[in-house]
Design a protein around this ligand. Structure first.
Ligand SMILES: Cc1cc2nc3c(=O)[nH]c(=O)nc-3n(C[C@H](O)[C@H](O)[C@H](O)COP(=O)(O)OP(=O)(O)OC[C@H]3O[C@@H](n4cnc5c(N)ncnc54)[C@H](O)[C@@H]3O)c2cc1C
Length: 338
């Protein structure tokens, strides 16, 4: 266990957001460390191919992750992989303590949290084996791979209904499977679903198994009717699962402003309601969650963090009251909370 005071900026997570923040913070000559629970890449490591990252018409997820990491490291950020952060706490006006599972504590004036989120899984046999081989958790990301296919969607909320509608722009047919006899989605969203001739709604039914050849693509989905117990197999080449997404915010041990789903609300400079705590990427409250939006958030967060630190430095050597004022002024200059 060690107390580490070597860094201006601590970044939690090395997904697209964390690595972009590392690039910009390093480029601004800030002493930067990235603490990552696993390998660098985040959700990119679980994505077979991407065709919507500008400049890369088609690229494998792990290739893109490697490019991001090499580029971020070029500007001097230190990466500490296989290091899970257990908590981020503000210990005084100027300092955050970021603690890892090994007991090391990084003390820094700025933390950028980019810990992403986790799509909730069905937990059925074959789901993980065919992830990226038919099973997906992101319609915008993967719809393009299912042009003219027959596919299934599981879920009953707004996301499942809206994304089913969206997927019919690509797929010939979408089975929308829901375990209850009615959707949770808002009435207006449901109206679009029921009016769409390419969507067939299958109520009172759960997905039991994703079927396909080991190492190949998925070829079907085993279903069970929860009322009759009858089982059947749908011939589908895709399964989109929309049963929820959990932002990884548990590590932030403070009262921050969040939206109804638990995503962190930030100002335009990506600062949370806690001065000095910036947030970027999938765990931020926003319309969409993509590689490019995560990188965009992180660009802003790192540049704003640099400005925040400059304001603090200019108040350096002065009284606690001056520092407190600098924190508040910087926060307001960045378009922060009033
Ligand atoms: C299956 C799938 C396919 C997708 N396809 C596309 C696509 O084609 N195009 C596209 O633009 N977007 C796609 N996305 C969305 C895109 O991957 C995400 O929007 C993007 O990865 C978000 O980046 P992020 O850095 O915010 O979070 P993440 O990528 O989730 O990275 C977060 C990182 O933080 C780390 N972390 C979490 N908690 C801790 C902790 N306590 N301590 C240390 N480290 C921690 C994680 O290990 C992870 O590496 C896809 C997503 C999924 C799930």
């Amino acid at each position: 266990m060690a107390i580490i005071r070597d860094y201006d900026v601590v970044i939690v997570g090395a997904g697209p957001a964390g690595m972009t923040a590392a690039l910009y913070a390093g480029r601004a000559m800030l002493r930067t460390v990235v603490l990552e629970a696993g390998l660098s890449g985040g959700e990119l490591l679980r994505t077979e191919y991407l065709d919507d990252v500008i400049g890369f018409p088609m690229i494998k997820g792990d290739d893109l992750a490697q490019r991001f990491e090499e580029h971020a490291k070029k500007f001097g950020a230190t990466f500490v992989n296989f290091t899970n952060v257990s908590s981020v706490q503000k210990v005084d006006e100027l300092t955050f303590a970021t603690e890892t599972d090994s007991g090391d504590v990084y003390m820094s004036p700025v933390v950028i949290v980019t810990s992403g989120g986790t799509p909730i899984k069905l937990g059925i046999p074959g789901e993980l084996d065919f992830a990226g081989r038919g099973v997906s958790y992101c319609a915008i990301c993967d719809a393009n791979f299912f042009k003219k296919h027959t596919i299934a969607v599981v879920g009953g909320g707004d996301a499942a209904c809206e994304e089913s509608d969206y997927l019919t722009r690509f797929a010939d047919k979408v089975y929308l499977i829901h375990r209850r006899h009615e959707f949770r989605a808002s009435k207006v969203v449901q109206k679009h679903v029921f009016a769409n001739p390419k969507i067939e709604v299958v109520f009172n039914t759960v997905a039991e198994e994703v079927i396909g050849k080991p190492g190949g693509l998925m070829t079907g989905l085993r279903l069970k009717n929860v009322l009759t117990g009858d089982r059947s197999v749908l011939d589908v080449t895709g399964l989109f699962v929309f049963i929820g997404f959990k932002p990884n915010t548990d590590i932030i041990k403070a009262h921050y402003t969040h939206d109804a789903l638990g995503y962190v609300v930030t100002d335009g400079a990506m600062m949370s309601s806690i001065p000095g705590l910036f947030v970027a990427g999938d765990l931020r409250s926003q319309l969409t969650r993509q590689v490019t939006t995560a990188s965009g958030d992180a660009t802003t967060a790192a540049i704003a963090a640099d400005k925040y630190l400059k304001d603090l430095r200019e108040a350096g050597g002065s009284t606690d009251k001056d520092v407190e004022e600098a924190v508040q002024t910087s926060h307001l200059n960045l378009g922060g909370w009033t």
